[in-house]
Design a protein around this ligand. Structure first.
Ligand code: COA
Length: 243
């Protein structure tokens, strides 16, 4: 976890930089109460609708932490952050659209990334080796990705599967179109050692040059990826949010 550092008191972000934030979900009760108080009425209602307590806590912890992170960049109290939502549900800042962000959660962690003036998507997944061998790849990945995955030694397939999954999911989230963007109509790299990349997109061949994929370090047992519009950021900060 040494790749993730405590953030400085004053946060700054330049246009060619990206900040990734790792957020532990298991906040202690007093911290969770503080985070919950920053949520808007619609977020409180959403939290109350979760069937499982664990999902409710995860949402409140991640959404509260996200408010804190965005508030620190904007020098604004977390409760004063106002979100807007795209037709497919992607949140953005209602009055500061130049500060773009995206968040993902899996298991004990949430991952958030923040950039300026470019679309961004992130995905974190806990590695579940049993999923890699099943027909999920054949169902969701492109033919090229499936061929590359199945050509790997079986010991490498699990990591490659989740590398591919998080890169695809982060791309879908960066575009913000949800699952209306068919997952089998674009290819990402997945082989061990291959640079993270959007290799091709069937619907618009120029699209592959418009996006950069970043492999982010993740806690043990997790894989994390980010996708940003434009060239790869010249600097990537990695901060861990204190629980
Ligand atoms: C909703 C979706 C964007 C992500 O869902 P997910 O993987 O379950 O969830 P993640 O934890 O990664 O991300 C959820 C967050 O993304 C954000 N989000 C919601 N809709 C979004 C959209 N259309 N675009 C980008 N981000 C979105 C929200 O902040 C949400 O967090 P919240 O619960 O605090 O509101 C959508 O792409 C989806 O359902 N994907 C599943 C696709 C799949 O089956 N993939 C197979 C392997 S490739």
């Amino acid at each position: 976890m040494s790749e993730w550092t405590v953030p400085p008191a004053q946060l700054r972000l330049a246009p060619d930089e990206l900040s990734a934030w790792l957020i532990p979900i298991d906040a202690p009760p007093h911290r969770l109460r503080d985070l919950a108080e920053t949520l808007s009425p619609d977020e409180q209602r959403r939290a109350a609708r979760f069937h499982f307590e664990r999902d409710r806590i995860r949402f409140m912890a991640a959404r509260g932490a996200l408010r804190g992170i965005l508030g620190a960049y904007l020098r604004r109290p977390p409760a004063e952050i106002v979100f807007a939502y795209s037709p497919h549900g992607k949140p953005s800042l209602a009055d500061e659209p130049s500060l773009s962000f995206n968040i993902s959660h899996s298991g004990d962690w949430a991952l958030c990334a923040v950039a300026l003036n470019r679309r961004i998507g992130v995905d974190i997944e806990s590695i579940q080796p049993e999923l890699a061998g099943q027909s999920i790849a054949e169902r969701f990945f492109s033919p090229r990705e499936v061929a590359e995955l199945r050509a790997l030694p079986s010991a490498e397939q699990s990591a490659a599967f989740f590398r591919c999954w998080t890169r695809k999911e982060a791309f879908v989230k960066a575009r913000g179109e949800g699952l209306s963007l068919p997952l089998d109509r674009f290819d990402v790299s997945l082989r061990p050692g291959a640079p993270p990349a959007l290799l091709s997109t069937l619907d618009d061949p120029r699209e592959a040059d418009r996006w950069s994929i970043l492999a982010l370090p993740a806690p043990p047992g997790y894989v994390a990826s980010a996708v940003v519009e434009g060239p790869s950021p010249s600097r990537v900060f990695r901060f861990i949010q204190s629980p």
